[in-house]
Design a binder for this molecule. Sequence first.
Ligand SMILES: Nc1ncnc2c1ncn2[C@@H]1O[C@H](COP(=O)(O)OP(=O)(O)OP(=O)(O)O)[C@@H](O)[C@H]1O
Length: 525
Amino acid sequence: MSEQANIPRLRLRGICKVYSSVVANDGIDLTVMPGEIHAILGENGAGKSTLMKIIYGVTHQTAGDMIWEGRPVRVESPAHARQLGIGMVFQHFSLFDTLSVVENVALSMPGKPDLQYLARRIEKISERYGLVVDPMRQTHGLSVGERQRVEIIRCLLQNPSLLIMDEPTSVLTPQAVQKLFDTLRQLASDGCSILYISHKLDEIQELCHAATVLRAGKVSGTCIPQQETPQSMARLMIGKDLPVCQRSTTNVDGELRLRVEQLSQVSDDPFGVDLKNIQLEVKAGEIVGIAGVSGNGQQELLYALSGEMPLSQAAQIEVCGVAAGRMSPGQRRTLGLCFVPEERLGRGAVPRMSLAQNALLTAYGSSMLRNGLIRFDVVRDFAERCIARFNVKCGGPGAQARSLSGGNLQKFIVGREIMQEPKLLIIAQPTWGVDVGAAAFIRQALLDLRDAGTAVLVISEELSELFEISDRIAVIAGGQLSPAMPSRDTNVEEIGMLMGGRWNSTEAVTPTEQSLNTTEIRYAI
Ligand SMILES: Nc1ncnc2c1ncn2[C@@H]1O[C@H](COP(=O)(O)OP(=O)(O)OP(=O)(O)O)[C@@H](O)[C@H]1O
């Protein structure tokens, strides 16, 4: 081994980070060797993202040292980090909506790159690594999965020697995950070190050479993932065994709470997906899951269901027996609809507002208003109960939404909607970025809601999640929705074929991404 290969690429000694009321990192030591894929594990709020932001120069440590390739360094800014050879793919996207993909990528490049040349490089990288994206597309019309691909491509273009990935696969397809892993293995064998944050323990086991576990800002242990099981790593992380979801039998006789009738809608985004003849019913006391590869019409369907994109005909969507297709989101809420969008910052919560204010934004119907006045004590009490019930780690109801770790904000948003005891809950990516313990808790909360008589529609890219909680599963591909089948009568192979757009329809369905083969789908489970 060369002398260079023996020098750690990165060493951290005693890193501390204190925010006004929270110690996010508390004396963290970490060593990453060249070519090592090193996982950082920990519950929501354990301090993983904060540590990565310090390494990437987004924020600065309160105490402790960072040694980069044998030399002490203080990373002043992300630009400085990139000069050193450190790249980062963020959990929350940092793309400008009003710019195209190539313009967004250009912003992180030195100087003023030629956009046409850069677009060709983006195409090459996206082809090589299977990260399908059109460089000329406007960012505002991209799904979360597509945005994440742009973030990854942007990073790979910089040829980094340390790549930090904060939950990079949370909205990628199983096929894209495998391609990404091939890429990361190839990068590692070329000597690039990778710091990999994920809540998907099976991925960590498959990909990573070493893992450091954080709990409450401190290193609580290290392990070699290949010598562990996902269960044993979960125990290391949360200090106990993972809870198993309890589900009762399906209630087949509930009243109809959501009816979508021949919904066809041309997207007003030239790069969007047109919805074609969607038929869907969800009854009280059942969970219907919609599977599909990101960018196949999920976003457009969510906009239509929530009221963000009102329809031309009211009767195309019925909520609790009322024709709601032309109603606004607020009017639909008064019918008993609650809604969790896939984008938590911006659509699910207003980043600068406190948790209490964010609670008021959607839960105002829960006795928060009287005679046109806001009952601040009720608002605060609601937020406090949500924080306690969903174990949201934060500085209390007054904490700004943007100060929460990704998983904790997700728990708050999901909790806020569940606590309104809706008649109909529509929820996208319910456990995105949530740790394994909290994910099990959210799934159980959805099952309990269904048992209490709520109709639940879940749109998720996690097949394992859909099979765990859904009574019936449908697949969206190319803007069309397959018939919903009882989940006990279907399997991963069948859903995989449907995700590829193959079902008995008079019209051929073309999904907007390559068809997935069933082996890859099985991997997702
Ligand atoms: N800007 C900030 N201001 C105040 N507190 C913050 C800020 N950023 C993070 N924190 C707090 O620091 C702690 C660690 O957060 P961090 O985002 O590092 O956790 P994480 O392990 O990455 O969690 P997740 O898995 O949910 O992403 C949390 O309690 C969080 O609320």
